[in-house]
Design a protein around this ligand. Sequence first.
Ligand code: NAD
Length: 359
Amino acid sequence: MAETKKIAVIAGDGIGPEVVAEAEKVLKRSEELFGYSFELSHGLFGGIAIDQKGTPLPQETLDLCKGADAVLLGAVGGPKWDDNPKELRPETGLLGIRKALGLFSNIRPAVVFDCLKDASTLKPEVLEGTDLIVVRELTGGIYFGDKFRRDGANGQEAVDTCVYNVSEVERIVRQAFEIARTRRKKLASVDKANVLETSRLWRETVNRIAPEYPDVELEHVLVDNCAMQLLRRPSSFDVIVTENMFGDILSDEAAMLTGSIGMLSSASLGEGSFGLYEPVHGSAPDIAGQGIANPIATILSVALMFRLTFGYADAADSIERAVKNVLDAGHRTGDIAVDRSKAIGTKAMGDLIVAAMTR
Ligand code: NAD
């Protein structure tokens, strides 16, 4: 029997509890198939925590997360809390949890399933074989640098400063090299080294670390070129690592290659193997409570957790294979269905994926 892993499960609001319930079934099936052992503890977070505890991120939920090996999060938010003051908004809880858990990178896979190629706005032949991960630095760069206004010779000026130190670059780049090692061993480091000093430091640091990973093929790509190449040759990328703002933009661009938000998983990682795993989508209040949400993004977030935090590649493969087989067999939730009258619900999709999992 494998060591018991502690997972904090935070369902959140809207469709969060619906999709997380299906991911929990997948966790259970992974225990049965592979002999792994998970201890799940449930916590309140987001709008539901505001209603029941008067704060979006109760201390007990934070403690639960800190005591866990990984966190599985549904989604938070909804119109009910939109007009609340800042400290009583679900989004404030999201920023708070990331900071409190020391999460400094965001990992977003973009995988194009062959049978869904037509759902993307790009030509199917361009998308063929696309399977990439964007690793985005999350705590530095221009979003966190000094911001101010001043009077200039031609009127008011605004200034945003972009700062990175070597250790911030080193830790994210090492993480990206390690992830590339578990995949096709290709890393694209994206910067703007022809113009920006922070990018020159970034590139120098990448080049200094690269000899530690001789098995990983490294390319440097300027961010404007990367934005183009993602549309022209997406399948040639494996792992892309970049700073905060470039990553914000490129991860959204990469997400659109796949065609549906209901399919996109993500992870936010800190030091060591700890990670918070969640679907990219929000709480989808427009379809909450109807049992029609696509649970695949959350289920694939479990596969990502297995791969990145626990090193359970066998179970991760099993989940990803099951998702592919269920889609290949023609089963679709409404968001990815061509003929919506034949769409299946959240629970049915979860059950099919669980049934398709094999050793
Ligand atoms: P959203 O992702 O919730 O929904 C956008 C559209 O995609 C909606 O039409 C929705 O029905 C659809 N959709 C999303 N996930 C789906 C799924 N799994 N299956 C089928 N369809 C799906 O984005 P939004 O409407 O901009 O935001 C709604 C709420 O979620 C807001 O309160 C927002 O702040 C919050 N939000 C939370 C997170 C998070 O928890 N990390 C992320 C984004 C948005």
